[in-house]
Design a protein around this ligand. Structure first.
Ligand code: ADP
Ligand code: MG
Length: 454
């Protein structure tokens, strides 16, 4: 039987602020930073007490440079600024604007934001700012629900750390030989990005320790906890010092997310970013009624139109992903499948090649694709409706990322259309209906052909 989850004792809770004391107070607190600043002040009053923890990590000095302008005034160091410039980012997204100052101020945070709003950098930037590069113990830990997502966060942090010499980031996930990961760990990374299962595995083997972790981030918390990682996540958190900063990001607030927050966060500040127009990617959504047996044919039609260079097709099950992909390949399309039955090594390889634009069509299940950021997906096709309403949003969020335009088609049977109504209520949006006529031409409601070329 699993051991009982540890309950945080009240005195442990009280100790929490002590680490923040060591952090430098941001130079000029802005109104949004009020909470964090207050926190720091209070903590400073206690600073006569002996510090039982290690000294807080050293903040690298900010030396703002000319670019990128929108990030100025956020106390971001020269190295990170240059990296942002190199990545081509000029303005912080809304969640970044709100999160970065608070997280730099030391607050625990719950960030609720839809997919594609730039959450990775929202926590990634503050993470890189508080780091002692000479320290050999692990300082910051990010937990993510899937291997793909962990790898992607690792890559994004790596890009952001481009000018920071001596920063080591290890990415740990199931499916990769432990030996490879031991090699990474032997280099004493300051940052680990991991899936909960593999992280716990390493902790139990004592191949990594989280006793000096000062920042813990849960990304896609709702999904992670939904996938049955609650116990593992709690066990990992229990091993971190009680006064660490704990930041959670989630697309939705689920019961599990609230429970973890209540149990482990210290006066968390909640940040919510709505999918409001400015933020919301421009995604044209279309629904196409179809019988189950017509779906493959309709899918082929959409692909034959040759309008979209990069397409993601979603199915509900691994089996269906395999079937759809096999049929596409038989018809001569350059497609690949991504789901839980594909061995990890191959999955990473497929993902990498898809991102590099080596092939145009990816057929995948929700879990395999969760959180994956592929630039320039032009069209998402829902071969089946997702089982969970939220997944619809996650799926179509693959397209139209970072203010680009995208298109999403949903092929639906009559019974799926009933479920679609529930999804739309949740989405608060209205897709445009299209239909195939008797000659097999896709038309709009006013009977004009949808594609000009076929
Ligand atoms: P989320 O985790 O909220 O789904 P990501 O962090 O994966 O979103 O970011 C989505 C995309 O937006 C990525 O391609 C990322 O590189 C890009 N991005 C992030 N921040 C910015 C920014 N400030 N300006 C432009 N693009 C950004
Ligand atoms: Mg993300």
């Amino acid at each position: 039987m699993e051991p009982e989850e540890k309950i945080i004792e009240p005195e442990q809770q009280k100790k929490k602020p002590s680490r923040r004391r060591g952090r430098k107070k941001p130079a000029a607190p802005k109104p949004e930073q009020a909470v964090a600043a207050q926190d720091t002040q209070e903590n400073e009053q206690e600073s006569a007490q002996p510090e039982e923890n290690k000294p807080a990590p050293v903040k690298r000095e900010p030396k703002p440079i000319g670019i990128p302008e929108g990030f100025q005034g956020m106390d971001i160091s020269d190295d990170v600024m240059k990296a942002l410039g190199r990545m081509g980012f000029e303005q912080p997204t809304e969640i970044q604007k709100k999160t970065i100052p608070l997280m730099m101020g030391g607050s625990d945070i719950i960030g609720i934001a839809p997919t594609g709003t730039g959450k990775t950098l929202a926590f990634g930037i503050p993470m890189l700012e508080y780091m002692d590069l000479k320290e050999t113990e692990l300082q910051e830990l990010v937990l993510a629900p899937t291997r793909e997502l962990a790898m992607q966060i690792g890559e994004e942090l790596q890009k952001l750390a481009y000018y920071i010499k001596g920063l080591r980031i290890a990415v740990l996930y199931g499916g990769q030989p432990i030996r490879r990961q031991l090699e990474q760990l032997s280099k004493h990374p300051q940052i680990v990005v991991a899936t909960p299962g593999r992280m716990l595995d390493h902790l139990e083997r004592r191949t990594v320790s989280v006793r000096s972790v000062h920042t813990l981030v849960l990304d896609e918390a709702d999904e992670m906890l939904n996938m049955g990682f609650v116990k593992d996540v709690c066990k990992i958190i229990d091993k971190t010092p009680p006064n660490r900063q704990f930041v959670m990001f989630s697309a939705t607030i689920s019961q599990d997310v609230m429970t973890i927050s209540w149990k482990y966060q210290y006066e968390p500040v909640q940040i919510t970013v709505e999918a409001v127009d400015e933020n919301k990617p421009q995604i044209a959504q279309y629904v196409i009624p179809s019988e189950r047996k017509e779906k493959q044919e309709y899918l082929t039609y959409l692909l034959d139109a040759n309008v979209y260079e990069r397409v993601m097709i979603f199915t509900d099950t691994k089996l269906m992903a395999h079937r759809v992909n096999t049929a596409l390949q038989k018809s001569g399309f350059d497609s690949e499948e991504l789901h839980g039955d594909i061995p990890q090594k191959k999955r990473s390889e497929i993902m990498r090649r898809y991102k590099q634009g080596k092939f145009p069509i990816l057929v995948c299940t929700d879990v395999a694709a969760r959180g994956i950021d592929v630039d320039d997906v032009e069209a998402v096709i829902n071969f089946d409706l997702p089982n969970e309403n939220e997944y619809y949003l996650h799926r179509i969020g693959r397209t139209g990322r970072a203010h680009k335009h995208g298109v999403a088609f949903t092929l639906m049977t009559y019974s799926e259309s009933v479920r679609m109504d529930a999804i739309l209520k949740y989405m608060k949006s209205e897709p445009t209906p299209l239909h195939f006529d008797e000659a097999g031409i896709l038309r709009r409601e006013d009977d004009t052909a949808f594609f000009e070329n076929i």
